[in-house]
Design a protein around this ligand. Structure first.
Ligand code: SF4
Ligand code: SF4
Length: 206
């Protein structure tokens, strides 16, 4: 395969939810680790920006009636359905301090289920759309070549998410928590509405 490398075309579409892709409406998920959520809340306050976050990856612990929170995500709930830090349609006003998920984009960590995850390319990125045929042939080694900087950040996210899962598995083995593999939707909703939260970090995340 000929050599090629990712080149952002500065379209800004990764920071908003406004494009069609096939017959699916674009869904943008911008995850934040807890310390990033705190940082972005401060930046939003400093810049008088309205920022709304919601829990993203969570693990209900049915032994202690507690929700373990691995990530939050930015709600794109304004009229333009865009990240509130996006200005002029394509400029990130916190570019130097943006979260790792934005540094990794268009790569992201895909959770197949609570315990299985892998790095994938976002099909909604404009570069992906323009180069889909070539990108579909990439294996993991070539992925690093095409997205050298982004791959490093995505790998850090993958490692962190795996550390979190290993921590949960270890606590479960010690009998300190119980994370069910399957939960009825009605129970899941009730847990989210009523249980206390605990942010999920390991010593390596600090
Ligand atoms: S923080 Fe910046 S790069 Fe990330 S989604 Fe928001 S505007 Fe885009
Ligand atoms: S969608 Fe892709 S090409 Fe467009 S700004 Fe984001 S990273 Fe760059």
């Amino acid at each position: 395969m000929e050599d090629f490398a990712f080149e952002c075309v500065q379209c800004g579409s990764c920071c908003r939810e406004d494009r069609e892709y096939g017959d699916q409406y674009g869904y943008k998920r911008i995850p934040l680790y807890p310390e990033e959520a705190v940082r972005l809340e401060r930046l939003a306050e400093d810049n008088e920006i309205e920022l709304h976050l919601i829990e993203d990856i969570v693990f209900p612990d049915t032994k202690n009636s507690r929700i373990q929170v691995l990530t939050y995500r930015i709600l794109l709930d304004n009229d333009e359905k865009r990240c509130p830090f996006l200005k002029n349609g394509k400029d990130c006003i916190i570019n130097e301090r943006k979260p790792r998920a934005c540094l990794a984009y268009p790569l992201s960590v895909k959770n197949e289920d609570a315990f299985t995850m892998r790095i994938e390319i976002d099909p909604l990125c404009e570069y992906t759309v323009r180069n889909l045929a070539k990108l579909q042939q990439l294996d993991d080694a070539l992925l690093q070549t095409v997205y050298p900087a982004e791959y490093g950040h995505a790998m850090e996210m993958l490692k962190r998410n795996k550390r979190a899962v290993f921590k949960l598995l270890a606590l479960e083995k010690e009998g300190k928590i119980v994370i069910p593999k399957n939960i009825e939707r009605s129970d899941y909703t009730r847990y989210l509405q009523t249980w206390e939260r605990q942010e999920l970090k390991t010593d390596d995340d600090l």
